[in-house]
Design a protein around this ligand. Structure first.
Ligand code: TRP
Length: 334
């Protein structure tokens, strides 16, 4: 507990361009959690180098992501918004936890299998121990809850196993975190292949709406979205393309799927797609304007980076010292 509040940790990677799916499915909901929880939202740049990155691009994207967190409405005075690489405790705890994690456990991780198939020329040890660094992220802040997508559940389960294993050996050191399953964290699918999640690494740029797409591009992508020949705006699994567009429209307007069905009863897909495009623009345009405003204020963003790194370091060091003592490292002399 910090300030009588439960602790929440989550993070995103600054690789690829963030999509509408990242925003509606995650970021937008994070904003609502900061009243109830003491939140740590990290830009997990250390995870990013498990895949080869261009240094200048990574640095630029990391800053853009941190700025986006603030533009999306996360108050950096209330939420700890920081770069993972600015808190050396992540690496230090990660090393210790590596020694409490089994090869067999890491071998079972489906994301490792997927990523090593995708990056067969660079299956590095960091890619293998990626979930241990993620465990360190979470356990370092004694997080009670972790909002994650379904694709990260296996890593969260592993985090819990490591925490329980460590606690069984050394007493109650770590809070064992729970997944936070949001109420309506909309799952947004690809506009071109509605059976697939909208993804920042999709090769077809028409499948995803990027957060920085201009209005014309957004409208064009919505108009081109794959639908069906039912000619009826209905919220049902048999019409995955239309269902996805209803989800997007709902998330942008706050209307329920049933209300959306009513609104477009008897109307064609052309009108519906146009309305979806406009609804997305009405959400993303102000976000983009806010990003630009913040980017112009370099000194302000710099001060946030500094302040929040100090805050994160303070809590991280508290846990780290306790862990170092438990495993038998000599006390520091002051
Ligand atoms: N692995 C997560 C992802 O790619 C990002 C992440 C890193 C994370 N550390 C975390 C998410 C800790 C939640 C908690 O989506």
């Amino acid at each position: 507990m910090i300030n009588d509040k439960k602790i929440l940790f989550s993070g995103m990677q600054a690789t690829g361009n963030l999509t509408l799916g990242n925003y509606l499915g995650a970021l937008k909901n994070w904003v609502n959690l900061s009243d109830e929880y003491e939140c740590f939202y990290s830009v997990v740049d250390m995870h990013s180098i498990t895949v080869r990155q261009d240094p200048a691009t990574l640095r630029k994207r990391a800053r853009a992501l941190l700025t986006l967190y603030i533009a999306a409405g996360l108050d950096p005075k209330k939420n700890c918004i920081y770069y993972q690489s600015h808190v050396s405790g992540h690496a230090e705890l990660s090393w210790i936890l590596n020694c409490f994690t089994y090869m067999g456990e890491l071998n079972r991780m489906t994301q490792f299998k997927d990523k090593s198939a995708k990056h067969a020329d660079n299956i590095n040890a960091g890619l293998f121990t990626y979930p241990v660094l993620m465990a360190a992220d979470i356990l370092l802040y004694q997080a009670d809850v972790v909002p994650v997508g379904i694709d990260q559940m296996q890593h969260l389960e592993l985090t819990r196993d490591i925490a329980i294993r460590f606690n069984n050996l050394y007493g109650d050191v770590f809070t064992v975190p729970e997944a936070y399953i949001g109420k309506v964290g909309a799952k947004i699918m690809s506009l071109q292949e509605p059976g697939k999640k909208m993804s920042k690494s999709d090769e077809n740029p028409n499948g995803s709406i990027y957060l920085m797409d201009d209005p014309d591009t957004i409208i064009r992508k919505c108009k081109r979205a794959v639908t069906d020949s039912e000619a009826c705006v209905a919220y049902r699994d048999e019409q995955p393309g239309v269902k996805n567009l209803i989800d997007i429209y709902s998330a942008c307007t706050g209307k329920t799927p049933a209300e959306v069905e009513c609104e477009f009863e008897g109307k064609g897909y052309g009108d519906f797609k146009m309305a979806v495009g406009e609804a997305v623009v009405s959400i993303l345009k102000p976000l983009q304007d806010r990003v630009k405003e913040l980017e112009a204020d370099k000194a302000y963003i710099d001060s946030i980076i500094k302040e929040n790194a100090d805050k994160a370091n303070y809590y991280a060091t508290k846990t780290l010292r306790k862990v170092q003592r438990k495993v038998g490292f000599p006390d520091r002399i002051r």
